[in-house]
Design a protein around this ligand. Sequence first.
Ligand code: SAH
Length: 223
Amino acid sequence: MGGLDFVLQGKKKALVSWLRTQGIDDENVLNAFGVVDRHRFIENSLFWHNAYENTPVPIACGQTMSQPLTVAFQSQLLNICKKDKVLEIGTGSGYQAAILAAMGAMVYSIERQIELFRKTRILLKDTLGITNVNLFYGDGFKGLPDEAPFDKIIVTCGAPEVPTSLLAQLKVGGIIVIPVGDGVQEMKRITKVSDDEYHQESFGEFKFVPMLESMVKGNRGSF
Ligand code: SAH
């Protein structure tokens, strides 16, 4: 292990310990944070020293990778079981998708920015060799009807409202975790109790980049 790597691995361990002090107690989440190297998702190595601090990091296309506590918090709200089929809206850097994959989920993730879609596909598949993530270029508002239903859905951008198309793509008993609102978002967890009944909980305010309409018609570009 090189000097830099040694330092970063130490910071990663410290981050996991810190997350425990912040109410993250799902061992599957904590284990994934210990396994996945967040600095690998940051293109500019000048930012690597920040990778294990609780800060968002800029990525391509003016987007940001959420801060670790937000990623951990959303992952914990999802209550992931091994082999869960999980839809993510907003692939971005791929870090959240890699965390869910390390937790044993089968991840389907949609990104509306072609540059991010392409870069992250290379990173996750070719560089990191992660097999249980499927990436799609398209519109998260539409979800992935061909792959539905999902056990869990996670939205990693601020949604103006809860898209009914996404609720329709949840299994009965399934959960969607979604930040809702303009500017500042309320974190919501909605459980699909039956085909037309939902149980909703709120978990405080967060700030995400906005969920925007897609530039493409329909969803394509899976691999
Ligand atoms: N989960 C990402 C977070 C990236 S920020 C990570 O771990 O890095 C949120 C992402 O949502 C951005 O990349 C943005 O381009 C994307 N996004 C916004 N609106 C979208 C939509 N309608 N469909 C798909 N992706 C969307």
